[in-house]
Design a protein around this ligand. Structure first.
Ligand code: ZN
Length: 258
């Protein structure tokens, strides 16, 4: 666990919920201590599937001013949009709503990386400090949303799922310098709402990352669009959701070109 705040570098760090407690309002029938399925992936092996008490899980990586300041304010701003989406209700998303949802997605995806810490980290530390500074997703990022019919697992529907899918490859610039291209796709499903961050580097490079044949099932939150109504077509089958959550390897889509 971090000794100083992953976002601002401040000390000391206090406990912060990976998923905010208010999400429990989307699942009035499920106790917040209910276990949910989590799937995480790393470069070094296959999927690691485990279960945990997601709605009460905390990590010690954020300082109190961040926790009760901008992060708490972001929760308050996202709730009017995200709560109806979690319940599967039609939700009008203005550019302002898209910006709030996209920023919340980045924040929550980064908290998932702290919770499921991997070596080497799936995203560089500068993504945390950039979010703290800009209070918005970076230009290189894409944030998507989708609509998932809730799958049933052994104990009934799982309220929350999280996957982090990394891809890396080495490349050389025209003058022979070796550098690493990387993409991490973090997909978070909360109830019916699916939010996905695609973070790519190195910084400053523009990647054109889209969902191709999946476009009727996917809406873009970042970069911002004209006002639209969520949901798009539902992702119903596990195979569809798997391909959506792992756009670079599941469907063998080529790594984005520079
Ligand atoms: Zn802080």
């Amino acid at each position: 666990m971090a000794r100083s705040c992953v976002f601002c570098g401040g000390t000391p760090v206090t406990n912060e919920h990976v998923y905010p407690r208010w999400l429990a309002q989307g699942f009035p029938e499920i106790p917040p201590t209910e276990r949910a399925i989590m799937v995480s992936h790393s470069d070094h092996g296959g999927p690691r599937r485990h279960s945990g008490r997601l709605l009460t899980t905390q990590v010690k990586a954020v300082c109190e001013p961040c926790n009760s300041g901008w992060m708490s304010a972001l929760e308050g701003r996202v709730q009017p949009y995200l709560l109806p989406m979690i319940k599967g209700e039609i939700t009008e998303l203005s550019p302002e709503a898209q910006q709030v949802l996209a920023t919340w997605t980045v924040k929550t995806a980064l908290m998932c990386q702290v919770f499921h810490a991997q070596e080497p980290p799936l995203v560089p530390a500068e993504l945390f400090t950039d979010l703290y500074r800009d209070q918005a997703p970076a230009n290189e990022m894409k944030v998507f949303c989708a609509y998932r019919m809730q799958p049933n697992y052994l104990n009934g529907p799982s309220p929350i799922e999280h996957r982090s899918m990394p891809s890396r490859n080495r490349d050389r610039t025209d003058d022979g310098q070796e550098f690493e291209r990387w993409v991490t796709v973090v997909t978070i499903r909360i109830g019916y709402a699916v939010l996905q961050l695609v973070a790519a580097g190195p910084k400053g490079l523009r990647y054109e990352i889209g969902h191709g044949d999946f476009s009727p099932y996917v809406q873009t939150l970042w970069p911002l669009q004209e006002t639209f109504s969520w949901p798009p077509l539902a992702l119903k089958r596990i195979s569809e959701y798997d391909a959506f959550a792992d756009p670079f390897s599941k469907v063998k889509r080529p790594f984005p070109q520079l």
